[in-house]
Design a protein around this ligand. Sequence first.
Ligand SMILES: Nc1ncnc2c1ncn2[C@@H]1O[C@H](COP(=O)(O)OP(=O)(O)O)[C@@H](O)[C@H]1O
Ligand SMILES: [Mg+2]
Length: 395
Amino acid sequence: MQALQALQIADTDAYIAGDSFTRKRKGTGLPNGILLGKTLKRGTNNTVHVLNTPAGQPSVVARFPRVNSDTRDEEHAQWEFRHAVLAARLGVGPALFDAWYTRNPNPRQRKGLHMILERCYEDWHSAIFDDPTGALRIADTIGNVVSRHFARMAGIGLFAYDLKASNIVLKPAGRIGMTWINLGASRPQDASCAEQQPSEWLKSNLDHRTVFSLEEANTHFPNPLKVTDYVVSSEGHYFTPTELAVDAKIIDFGCDFCEYRPFDRPPDRRQLPVLDAVHRMCSTQLEYTTVLRLTMLILLASNIANELETRKVHLKMSRADRNRINPFHNRMPHEKAACTPRTIGLVKKMLRLPDLKAHLTHYNGRRNNGVKRTFRLANFTFPATDEPSPAGHGY
Ligand SMILES: Nc1ncnc2c1ncn2[C@@H]1O[C@H](COP(=O)(O)OP(=O)(O)O)[C@@H](O)[C@H]1O
Ligand SMILES: [Mg+2]
């Protein structure tokens, strides 16, 4: 079979107009030699499956539409595809290896958009709720990576607003550092930690090394390591991956929650309810970019804060730790301090746009859908040490 390669699409419209996007494909539609593996996760519109690729091929997943997927409509599918390509090109979304639209379903293909994407591991929602200890350790890094992604997206005028923890997927980046921890002969007590059975290779290497490349980890570690896993060396020492460098990708660029409009592009026939309005409000490119970036940060920060608040009983975590596990909580006051009153005013206006308001109501509830509550949830407040904020634009 041909080696799987990331799609290099210079012109998405040409790709859509060409044969590749809508050509009828047999069976599952997957390229020869690639088999559909177990189901990784089900979202509202899509199911994500592991793909079993031959050795040496990149690790990928299939994102296939569910019965009532929003991509049944061909225009919606094209819309999502365009934005997924943009996100992959920017490096903020998973790399895209193949994509097609199934017009005529068969028993193994539903109607809708099918994509083969770079495989990531758990999403940030699962990380927080299934592995809070590990998530706490990497929360800061996730905050940095995702903030950088938002800056890049805002820079070109790509605005996604289905922002929630389950739409941030994580993968290890670069290398894994293993630190020896002195637990004596006792096993780790933490019930949430899965102790991996190390391979012989790993056991003997652990006695003299603490840093492993990602390739080594993929080849020799029994399962992709989670941050709370412990590995035992042949001498009985416990090692824990503390220096797990993580990367994060944003997913879900569906037509209801994603728009793209560069500042200098005149409005075209496609109406963009959010970005056209923002464009009218902003007088410079810098303003446009800043407002888009800040709004994405606030939407995600408030969504995660609300989720943590509503599920705090399940999480059994102190308020301080809940604030720390939200990657944005501590950075939002600095963001606010760096804003001009006009920028804050623009962000407020943006949050009041009907599409964003509806979105906030859907996730945070009617009680919390206002600007004031959203700012408070996101901790978009002036830093405590500052002077009291001037009347008119402070909370
Ligand atoms: N590239 C990927 N690698 C690993 N897991 C993924 C990937 N993309 C999505 N997932 C998992 O599948 C879930 C659903 O995917 P998503 O694209 O958000 O579908 P939906 O549009 O139905 O919400 C995500 O929350 C995430 O856990
Ligand atoms: Mg999703």
